[in-house]
Design a binder for this molecule. Sequence first.
Ligand SMILES: [Mg+2]
Length: 267
Amino acid sequence: MNWLSKPVRGLLLDITGVLYNSGEGDGVAIASSIEAVKRLQASDLKIRFVSNESSNTRAKLAAKLGRLGFEIQEEQLFTPAPAAASYLRQHGLRPHLLVHPGVQDEFAEFDMTDPNCVVMGDAEREFTYQNLNTAFQLLIKLDRPQLITLGYGKYYMETDGLKLDVGAYAKALEYACDIQSLVIGKPNAEYFSAAVADMQLTIDETVMIGDDILSDIGGAQKAGLRGVQVRTGKWRPQWENHPIVTPDGIVDNLAEAVNLLLAQNAA
Ligand SMILES: [Mg+2]
């Protein structure tokens, strides 16, 4: 496969749909991925877990992954909320939040009394008509409406089926307000580059593995990375001939990618 035609020193791994499928409670681990992550953690490869997960703080996400059987340090996790908080800080912004209650702690430092932007994550049950309309009313009255989204996915897979993701709701507000979101998270190229820089590697030495052909594979390729599609999570058979994105590799699951990669590195 051409994703192995150049040396690989680092991996960026998507979490949901690659390590586990979310759903009731902690969701369900993809069994072969537990062993695969152990083998990677024991290898010379550097790893960062690059997720658009926006319903948990990093600490809570690391703890949840631990309960599912994955030993992952909080420092190895890249999630959009801390990146968004640092953007708000740099630009002196006061957010109105339309996010999942589980991630609100990441924004505890901000004054929200007179908001000048809206931050939207995967709010799940908080995506009510009332909450969307409040965000709309706030944006439409601003001179320069700014909508910041934590990721921009269309949908994701849960144990009981596909679920609408934040991008679908963001589109509604973009349409109503004639604006474009600032996306913090995948598929934003800067988000991938920050994770690569954190490993002190180059784009050329790094491969992204994910289940979302646009956000993970297409996004990684736009950032100059190789992108490998897994046939787990939200993967759909028709993506094998996707009109926009051709992955650099397609594997059944993370375990197959790890087998191929470690065999190649040992040769
Ligand atoms: Mg995923």
